[in-house]
Write a protein that binds this ligand. Structure first.
Ligand SMILES: [Zn+2]
Length: 547
């Protein structure tokens, strides 16, 4: 027999994984539009817990009309919704231990429920850009050179875009003094958000969806009563890195957060070597740069100045630069990927004979480039064990090298186009074979880098490839640490949301749910909820796109 709680939820038209067993007196979060619970946070909560409490309050109110108070001390009879770590969760013995990368726990008792995960706050290391001004003025570069000890390019110039100003009223306990209109606190995209994911996970169970950024894309079921579920769940993401690189207004960043995205601090995916392509360095060491037509080439306006990877001094300088980045910024890894695709090898005598034209355009420089990467990694490991050297499989060095049986254990391989969902189902066998050809070369899980084809890219068309996205993500679970996806080269995400948001939404949902995440069910739901009466026609459109 179904419990009362299940009846309520099924009547609302939404599947709920956890049904409440019949009990004597039903505990309610909201009962017939009346608040029966309060949101309890720590006296001094971390900043993402304030976001979590605010979302729980906002969506319960949108669903039921009932506004749950936010408190720091339980007041007595109300059901207690503990969000984030507090003395109360400690007393209950419920901790965030073992919850990594945004994993979370939802646990309830007779009159309480805990929403908990790792909420470690990101602490930036100096020097870092507060805004674009310190980059444009050269101040940041100067400050970095002073501590790094070399003329290399400062590596953290995009950080300021990942810091968001939140009005000080958000997630504020009811009894706290009202802040002024212009008071803010800040969150970083790099803050861990386990408890926030817990709240979003619970709201998702209740049927809330964020299909597009902003209110237009919100699906909020109407529920007069919301029962306190009987629940004890630990939810793990399928990838540790779930990064969508678009920079826009808070509304967009918040959307990605609600979808469970995760951007680790300082992730350097692409073209790390380009920051050595500076005028001062060229002036002092022209022979570190690639020779074309008998001349060392350098264009101060270009980010794609190529190097001579046979030059031993360049190798030693690269090692110094990498070490300095670890020392100053404590990144997990540093990219030594060549600038751009390195279409033509340096034509100096040292590089002669080092290309492998018989391997074709995607492998002609694989042995040459990956040998350099591998040597840097081996050298850096002597002083910085545990730190990673990143390089992308891209352009002329896409294919795995044949001169290295196994890469150094600290080499992190990122595969550009490792899923490439714009190509459709028919091309996936080839992409799978490419992706998996790398697996024997490394004992580390791979990472994937994608440029999603969006209308803003001009030459691409919007793609509605639900199954291609879904299947390729399910296939990489267990062999990949995760993904960075670039949404548009100009970081503009407005103006085409109805087209573009689908890929972000669907991809983000596929990052959770395990290896068997149900692609068809996810697509059915998306069409039904977003398009309403046109849902069947839109599903047919999706089917057509993947023919
Ligand atoms: Zn050369």
């Amino acid at each position: 027999m179904m419990s009362k709680a299940c009846v309520v939820l099924v009547a609302a038209g939404f599947f709920v994984a956890t049904c409440v067993a019949p009990v004597q007196a039903e505990p309610w979060i909201v009962e017939k539009g009346q608040p029966r619970a309060e949101i309890v946070i720590a006296e001094h909560p971390v900043r993402t817990v304030r976001l979590a409490a605010a979302d729980l309050q906002e969506y319960v109110q949108k669903m039921s009309g009932a506004r749950l108070p936010i408190v720091t001390q339980p007041s007595g009879n109300a059901i207690k919704l503990y969000v984030g770590r507090s003395p109360d969760t400690d007393r209950l013995g419920i901790t965030a231990e073992g919850l990594k990368y945004g994993a979370y726990r939802l646990v309830s008792g007779d009159d309480w429920m805990v929403f908990l995960g790792d909420d470690t706050e990101f602490v930036p290391r100096e020097p870092w850009p507060r805004s674009n001004a310190s980059i444009a003025s050269g101040e940041l570069q100067k400050a970095w050179e002073a501590v790094a000890g070399g003329p290399w390019g400062v590596p953290n110039t995009t950080m300021w875009k990942d810091r968001h100003k939140i009005p000080a009223t958000v997630g504020l306990p009811d009894a706290a003094p009202q802040p002024g209109k212009n008071e803010y606190f800040e969150v970083w995209a790099y803050d861990e958000r386990g408890s926030y994911n817990a709240v979003c996970g619970f709201l998702h169970k209740l049927g809330v969806r964020w299909l597009l950024p902003g209110e237009l894309g919100e699906i909020v079921p109407r529920m007069d009563s919301i029962p306190l579920p009987k629940i004890d769940e630990t939810v793990q993401p399928d990838f540790e890195i779930r990064q969508f690189s678009f920079h826009g207004p808070w509304e967009w960043a918040q959307w990605a957060m609600r979808l469970g995205a995760r951007s680790p601090y300082g992730l350097q995916t692409a073209h790390g070597m380009s920051r050595l392509g500076r005028p001062e360095i060229f002036a002092a060491h022209p022979d570190w740069f690639a020779m074309y037509g008998g001349k060392r080439r350098f264009d101060p306006e270009s980010k794609n100045n190529h190097f001579c990877y046979s030059n031993e001094e360049l190798f030693r300088e690269t090692v110094r630069y990498v070490r300095a980045q670890f020392d100053v910024y404590d990144f997990e890894g540093v990219s030594v990927m060549p600038p751009d695709a390195y279409i033509s090898i340096c034509q100096c005598p040292l590089c002669e004979g080092k290309a492998d034209p018989d391997r074709g355009p995607r492998g002609v420089l694989s042995n040459h480039v990956w040998d350099f990467v591998n040597r840097v990694a081996k050298e850096v490991a002597k002083t910085h064990p545990g730190k990673l050297i990143y390089c992308c499989a891209y352009g002329t060095y896409s294919l795995p090298p044949t001169n290295i049986d196994k890469l150094e254990p600290n080499v992190q391989v990122l595969i550009v186009g490792g899923r490439r969902p714009k190509s459709g189902v028919a091309q996936q066998a080839e992409i799978r074979a490419f992706r998996e050809s790398w697996l024997p070369k490394t004992d580390r899980p791979i990472m994937i880098f994608e440029n999603y084809p969006l209308t803003n890219r001009g030459w691409y068309l919007p793609c509605f490839m639900a199954r291609t996205i879904g299947q390729s993500i399910n296939e990489t679970k267990g062999i990949s640490r995760g993904e960075e996806i670039w949404i548009s080269p100009h970081q503009e995400f407005d103006g085409a949301a109805a087209f573009d948001a689908f890929q972000v939404y669907f991809t983000a949902r596929m990052y959770w749910g395990g290896k068997e995440q149900d692609i068809e069910a996810l697509l059915d739901e998306y069409c039904r909820l977003l398009y309403g009466p046109a849902g069947d026609a839109m599903k047919a459109f999706f089917d057509y796109c993947e023919l």
